[in-house]
Write a protein that binds this ligand. Structure first.
Ligand code: SF4
Length: 268
C-alpha cells in the first residue's frame, strides 16, 4: 500500500511476531491493502481499520491495539527505525518474553501511546533488586510494584505485567520493553552481587499529581483547589475517587487510569 499524505491511517499492533506474521499472511491472502511496518505491526487506512480487525479476530488473530498513524510517522525515519528494531530472544533466560497485550493513544496527549504488556513469569522476587539498580524508583512491597520514569514515560512494574504511559510511538514502546527485559534478566543473573533494596521511596510530588488532575478547581472534592487535593492525596488524607470529574468525564479517562496505577504502585 502506498501511503498518501492527505489520508488518515491507523497502526494495528500484534502481541508477538508469530501472530503478526500470521495476520499479515491472512491480509495478503484476502487481498487486503496494508503497509508492513514489521512482523509486529501494520498500517491500514483509518476507514478500513474496524473491518480489518473484525476479519482478523474471526480468523483467531489477537490484536494488542491500534492508534493513529501520525504525520511524523510518514517519514522514512519511522520505517527505518522499525526495520532496525530486533526483538531480543534468548529462551534460556529467566524472563523469556514480554507480550504486548494493550496499546492505545494517551487521551491527554494523543501524540503518545500507552501500553500494557505481560511477563512470561512472575518477577516479584526481582523487584527489590531492580529497586536497588534503578535510580529514583519507588518500591511498594505490599503490592508489590516498582514505579519509575524514563524521560516523560511512566513505567509501573507489577508481578506479571508492566504498564507504560506516554511512550513516543510503537517503536519506542518495543525498545523500552526490550531494554526492560534485558535489565530484568541482567539483574536476575547478578542478584548475588546486588543488595536488595526494600525501602519504599515516594518520589512523586504533589505538583506531579496535580499535573494529572483536571485542574479546574471545581471544588467537588471538598478542597478549594486541585493542588490542595493533590497535597492531601499524597498525605493519604483524600481519596482519588473524590475527584468527581476525573471519574465521570470521558476526556479524563486516561488520566484517571494513570493516577489509579500510580496510587496503587505507591501504596497511597
Ligand atoms: S474535584 Fe478534581 S477537578 Fe475538582 S477541585 Fe477537586 S481535584 Fe480539582
Amino acid at each position: 500500500m502506498k501511503i498518501q499524505k492527505n489520508k488518515h491511517y491507523e497502526i494495528i499492533v500484534f502481541p508477538n511476531q508469530d501472530i503478526g506474521l500470521k495476520a499479515q499472511q491472512i491480509l495478503v491472502t484476502k487481498n487486503i491493502d496494508f503497509k508492513h511496518i514489521s512482523t509486529l505491526a501494520v498500517v491500514v487506512p483509518e476507514e478500513k481499520r474496524q473491518e480489518i480487525c473484525l476479519l482478523l479476530n474471526k480468523e483467531g488473530i489477537l490484536i494488542s491495539g491500534y492508534y493513529p498513524f501520525l504525520y511524523r510517522d510518514y517519514e522514512e525515519e519511522f520505517f527505518k527505525r522499525a526495520q532496525e528494531y530486533k526483538p531480543s530472544v534468548n529462551k534460556e533466560e529467566f524472563l523469556k518474553s514480554i507480550t504486548l497485550c494493550y496499546v492505545a493513544p494517551c487521551i491527554a496527549d494523543r501524540k503518545k501511546i500507552r501500553l500494557i504488556a505481560y511477563f512470561s513469569c512472575d518477577i516479584s522476587e526481582i523487584l527489590p533488586y531492580l529497586n536497588a539498580v534503578i535510580k529514583g524508583a519507588s518500591y511498594n512491597k505490599n503490592a508489590p510494584t516498582l514505579t519509575f520514569t524514563k524521560g516523560r514515560r511512566i513505567i509501573n512494574l507489577y508481578n506479571i505485567k508492566v504498564a507504560i504511559a506516554k511512550a513516543d510511538d510503537i517503536i519506542d514502546a518495543w525498545n523500552i520493553l526490550n531494554e526492560l527485559k534485558d535489565l530484568i534478566n541482567k539483574t536476575y543473573q547478578n542478584k548475588d552481587k546486588i543488595k536488595p533494596n526494600y525501602e519504599e521511596k515516594v518520589k512523586v510530588t504533589a505538583l506531579e499529581i496535580y499535573g494529572w488532575l483536571p485542574k479546574t478547581n471545581c471544588k467537588a472534592c471538598g478542597e478549594s483547589t486541585c493542588l490542595a487535593f493533590a497535597v492531601r492525596l499524597l498525605l493519604g488524607e483524600q481519596k482519588l475517587e473524590n475527584c468527581k470529574p476525573l471519574f465521570s468525564e470521558v476526556k479524563f479517562a486516561e488520566n484517571k487510569n494513570i493516577m489509579q496505577e500510580m496510587i496503587e504502585a505507591l501504596g497511597l
